[in-house]
Design a protein around this ligand. Structure first.
Ligand code: SF4
Ligand code: SF4
Length: 657
């Protein structure tokens, strides 16, 4: 007999299993409508490959897996796709998500199936492909795609079949084992074949004697096959069906923090998954149905039902004669790990093992909780060796880093801590909240890190491009200088064409200056003003061109910089020459500005007076003011004209004033 170990913590809530495990499984006929969420497994949602109006056959692929961690979805019955819409998802958040809705036609007509004719000859990869194609996910509730879980790099010495079904009320696996033991054992043998024939331990709680007997009977029929499969009966204690807890119970080894059983050479599969693998490979049927327990005091026909995936809760409840007027709470899953649902149109998915229709006072009321009294009972109950009260404080204070340091991720959300808590604190809700926040913080950090890496890569690329350009420019300049030098060396008598052109321009200028008639002071002043303005404009234009060249990293940048430097000197010299000439002539450079202001002011005064004339009580006096203003404007205008015509002359008005 296989040795059994114990695990730390755990609790013994009322089992409440006999309400639903007495009668055989009842097959529920296809309902009128099936709702299939595209995301009913851990990982990426599947992608719909059908459209509204399409006719589909039972077992036909309707949504294909996307990416590595994902699962196919098949039509559970024949009918028409009536919609691709958002519907409430079977999740504690009660959020909506995309679903394929099928209106069944009552024919339940299968697509052509391809069962394996010689399964013993299938290779590991062929078996994996069949598991993947059938859309099988963990049937124990976690819904992790099975093909991904079985695609292992490390050697596996032990396959553990989780038949513990430790959560109160739920009996779906119990009835499945009693009624389909042969198919389960055949499914386990296929799993062994896929994993390289490891030993197999079936972990089952001692509160299921009929299921234990059925499995043992089935194995006894296969004595000649040396199956290496052992049924290991374990004490009833919640949560012995937790993956890590079952590994410890059956092997005495602990899965490392943050690790998975494969790290120590073990793979766990649910007993329902073994049956689904049998259906997929031996019958060629994809995963389109499951056994779901309907229980609770409000369920007149409590029992286990074979339901099509996508059946809405209200249809199953109606079939099981659940009195909704007596139901105080509807729970999807069990009382420890399940969640309350409000929308009875929520569909059942691959991982839905129970619908609990609880009557008044059947489940502990969701009471106002009290302050933590640090009694430590939660720590004693925790099967994952955690400090639940510490995790609670960290989650409440939003100290998520500290919660992570205290192994929040190892919490299996079993609810044992909340069950024993005398203050009735909904501890698991705090842990779920903290896990959700940690997940989004990590994903934000990942995105920020990716953005940082992209930015740094771009910066480095720009620097590299700039240095490469500069290098090329230098090489070109050296080559041009060498070519020039070679040309001069080949013909030393030939003059430098640039120097010659400059000399010609200077000579021409000198000749023009010599030939020109002597200028009046006004003409000389005008020329100096024009020369200063032209140099200023040139400097402005060249500076703009230089800025553009710098922005585009143009090769003309250096020569433009040189021109700007030269023009700056030239503009300063022209301005200095102009100022000196103004000083020599005794000119006031601000004079023109002053005269312009005087003209504008007198003009404005006239307009203002004329505007008020129409409404004035004394128009005669105002008319006199207008006449005076006009005279002042005339004087200012004349002074300006005189100054502009002869800026070096002393204006008469100035002399007068
Ligand atoms: S059981 Fe409840 S009251 Fe006691 S320490 Fe834990 S959280 Fe606090
Ligand atoms: S819910 Fe988490 S913290 Fe509470 S007992 Fe279970 S594993 Fe421990």
């Amino acid at each position: 007999m296989h040795k059994i170990w114990n695990f730390h913590g755990g609790v013994h809530p009322n089992e409440n299993k006999t309400q639903s495990n007495q009668l055989p499984i009842v097959v529920m006929p296809a309902p009128k409508q099936l709702v299939l969420p595209l995301s009913q497994h851990i990982g990426k949602a599947a992608k719909a490959i059908v459209e509204r109006g399409d006719y589909v056959l039972k077992g036909q692929l309707i949504a294909s897996a996307q990416g590595f961690v994902s699962a196919n979805i098949h039509a559970p019955s024949s009918g028409y796709v009536s919609a691709l819409v958002e519907r409430t998802l079977p999740h504690q958040s009660a959020l909506s998500g995309p679903c394929i809705v099928i209106d069944t036609d009552g024919k339940d007509q299968w697509v052509e199936l391809n069962p394996a004719t010689n399964p013993e000859s299938l290779s590991k990869q062929e078996l994996l492909n069949l598991v993947h194609a059938a859309g099988i996910t963990g049937m124990g509730g976690a819904s992790f795609p099975s093909a991904v879980k079985l695609q292992l790099k490390s050697d596996i010495h032990t396959l553990i079949i989780n038949a513990a079904e430790c959560e109160p009320y739920i009996t779906a696996d119990d009835r499945l084992m009693r009624e389909y033991a042969d198919q389960i054992v055949a499914g386990i043998q296929l799993l062994q074949q896929l994993l390289g024939q490891p030993q197999c331990l079936i972990g089952i709680e001692d509160n299921k004697p009929e299921a234990i007997a059925a499995l043992r009977l089935s194995l006894s029929h296969k004595m000649d096959q040396h199956t290496n499969i052992e049924v290991c009966v374990i004490p009833t204690k919640y949560p012995s069906g937790g993956e890590k807890q079952l590994v410890e119970i059956l092997t005495g080894h602990q899965v490392p923090h943050g690790g998975i059983p494969a790290n120590i050479g073990i793979v766990c599969q649910n007993v329902g998954t073994a049956k689904a693998i049998f259906d997929a490979i031996i019958k060629g049927q994809p995963l389109i149905k499951r056994i779901t327990t309907v229980t609770g005091k409000a369920a007149a026909n409590a029992g286990n039902y074979e339901v099509l995936i996508g059946t809405q809760v209200e249809d199953l409840l109606a079939f099981a004669k659940v009195d909704l007027t007596r139901t105080s709470r509807l729970v999807m899953g069990g009382p420890m790990m399940g969640f309350t649902i409000q929308d009875t149109q929520t569909p059942l998915v691959k991982g839905t093992n129970c619908i609990l229709a609880a009557a008044d006072l059947e489940l502990a009321p969701v009471a106002d909780h009290h302050a933590c009294i640090r009694c430590g009972q939660c720590e004693v109950a925790c099967p994952a060796d955690l400090l639940p009260q510490q995790l609670f404080w960290f989650a409440k204070a939003e100290e998520f880093e500290k919660a992570q340091d205290h192994n929040l991720s190892d919490c299996i959300e079993c609810g044992a801590c909340a069950w024993v808590c005398p203050s009735q604190i909904p501890l698991v809700q705090y842990y779920r909240y903290a896990k959700g926040r940690v997940k989004s913080i990590n994903s934000e950090a990942r995105l920020a890190e990716l953005a940082r890496q992209r930015f740094e890569t771009r910066e480095q690329r720009l620097v590299d491009e700039k240095s490469a350009k500069e290098e090329k420019r230098k090489i070109r300049a050296v080559a041009a200088a060498a070519a020039q030098a070679a040309k001069r060396a080949a013909n030393p008598t030939e003059e430098d064409p640039i120097a010659a052109a400059l000399a010609r321009v200077n000579k021409q200028k000198q000749e023009q200056q010599t030939a020109a008639a002597p200028k009046s002071p006004e003409e000389a002043y005008k020329e100096l003003k024009t020369a200063a303005a032209i140099t200023r404009t040139k400097l402005k234009k060249t500076s703009t061109a230089l800025a553009n060249a710098k922005a585009k990293d143009h090769e003309l940048e250096a020569s433009l910089q040189q021109t700007v430097d030269q023009l700056t000197v030239k503009a300063e010299a022209a301005l200095a020459e102009l100022k000196a000439y103004e000083a020599k002539l005794g000119l006031d450079p601000e004079k023109e500005k002053t005269l312009l202001v005087a003209v504008a002011k007198t003009n404005a005064a006239i307009r203002k007076l004329e505007k008020t004339l129409a409404t004035s009580e004394d128009p005669q006096a105002l008319q006199k003011d207008i006449t005076e203003a006009k005279a002042a404007h005339q004087i200012a205008t004349k002074s300006l004209a005189d100054h502009q015509a002869n800026p070096t002359a002393k204006p008469a008005s100035a002399q007068e004033s």
